[in-house]
Design a protein around this ligand. Structure first.
Ligand SMILES: Cc1cc2nc3c(=O)[nH]c(=O)nc-3n(C[C@H](O)[C@H](O)[C@H](O)COP(=O)(O)OP(=O)(O)OC[C@H]3O[C@@H](n4cnc5c(N)ncnc54)[C@H](O)[C@@H]3O)c2cc1C
Length: 321
């Protein structure tokens, strides 16, 4: 088979959402890539998630039983080597995640294969074409991989819409793949340590009211926080407000913050730097409010208003009263 292999990801027994995003990316390329689309899960109990991974467009779900209960990079590396030997895929798609970063580059390097991390868009031109930011996202760079029989790409979570999960009734074959993995693990999982979540998870919000440097002063933030609360929105921010120590980092949207995909993203006083856009451009509806009609945020907004955010806040507060 010279097709596409997706590496689904599970952590602590849960299938990670990015697995379904990878399937979307793969199905979009499948016709051009030719061959089959296989989705593999390497896990202690991979069969638990096989039905969900059998989404539309998937030809085969491969379950690879890991001898260790939690992710271990050497086990995954060996398993993926085995899968590549078996399937000979042109393209392998995995998440740009902490787990995949721990072994996919090694699989690519040892096999002399193509590799790129943090990919945000894909194409096909006689082989895979991958797009990602360069020089701190100041440039958008396009990469191809001439002469590589297999290329492994890590896709940024949140940039592709998740495929509808399979319900067990789809047409995909489910195959248990036996790969010798005993004794491969070189590390032992010591346990998970919870990261302080901050006061809120902006990645789960349906409606984000996001403020930027247009807010001018720390003292003005409370007003927009209250406005967000009254509108049923969650407050998020651009990076300068975090750098100034005005708002916790958990609320930052962008390349070095969170990637969000709310139904509505209302951006007030945010210019729309590429690093900010990297975290929110796939929101369903983007509404931009800025006094500068040339602000780049208007380039991605579905609706825009060239007005003062404080005047808008006056109007909204009156309407809510
Ligand atoms: C490696 C790297 C990573 C980065 N990561 C991130 C990231 O994750 N997230 C992020 O946001 N940034 C990030 N940045 C910073 C980014 O480059 C920008 O500096 C930042 O996004 C700008 O924030 P801003 O739009 O709030 O401020 P500004 O660019 O200063 O824009 C403020 C905007 O408010 C408008 N405005 C002013 N007053 C009003 C008013 N009264 N009413 C309405 N509009 C008004 C102005 O016209 C202007 O467009 C990163 C930079 C680098 C180099």
């Amino acid at each position: 088979m010279a097709g596409i292999l997706v590496l689904a990801e599970a952590r602590r027994g849960e299938l990670r959402d990015v697995s379904l995003e990878l399937i979307t990316a793969a199905t979009e390329l499948k016709a051009k890539a030719g061959g089959e689309l296989a989705v593999a899960l390497i896990d202690a109990t991979p069969e638990r998630h096989a039905a969900r991974l059998a989404a539309a467009g998937v030809d085969e779900v491969l379950t690879v039983r890991s001898p260790v209960a939690q992710f271990e990079p050497h086990v995954s590396a060996r398993a993926v080597e085995g899968l590549i030997e078996r399937l000979r895929p042109t393209l392998v798609l995995a998440a740009h995640s902490i787990d995949a970063l721990g072994f996919v580059p090694a699989v690519a390097a040892t096999g002399g294969r193509g590799f790129l991390s943090d990919v945000t868009a894909l194409g096909w031109d006689d082989g895979p074409v991958a797009i990602r930011g360069a020089y701190g996202d100041k440039l958008v760079a396009e990469y191809d991989f001439p002469g590589k029989a297999t290329t492994l790409l890590l896709l940024r979570a949140g940039t592709f819409a998740p495929a509808a999960a399979g319900d067990g009734g789809g047409g995909a074959r489910v195959t248990e793949v036996a790969i010798e993995l005993d004794g491969v693990a070189r590390t032992e999982h010591g346990g998970y340590r919870e990261v302080p979540a901050g006061d809120v998870d902006i990645t789960k919000a349906d409606f984000l009211l996001s403020i930027g440097r247009g807010v001018e002063e720390k003292d003005n933030i409370e007003r927009f926080e209250e406005l967000a609360r009254r509108l049923g929105a969650t407050l998020s921010v651009s990076r300068p407000l975090v750098d100034a120590g005005w708002v916790p980092g958990a609320r930052q949207v962008g390349q070095s913050g969170k990637t969000v995909k709310p139904r509505v993203y209302l951006a007030l006083g945010i210019s729309g730097a590429v690093q900010h856009l990297a975290g929110m451009r796939t929101a369903e509806t983007i509404i931009a409010v800025n006094t500068d009609p040339e602000a780049p945020i208007f380039g991605v907004a579905h609706y825009g208003a060239v007005i003062d955010m404080f005047e808008l806040a006056d109007e909204l507060e009156q309407a809510l009263d």
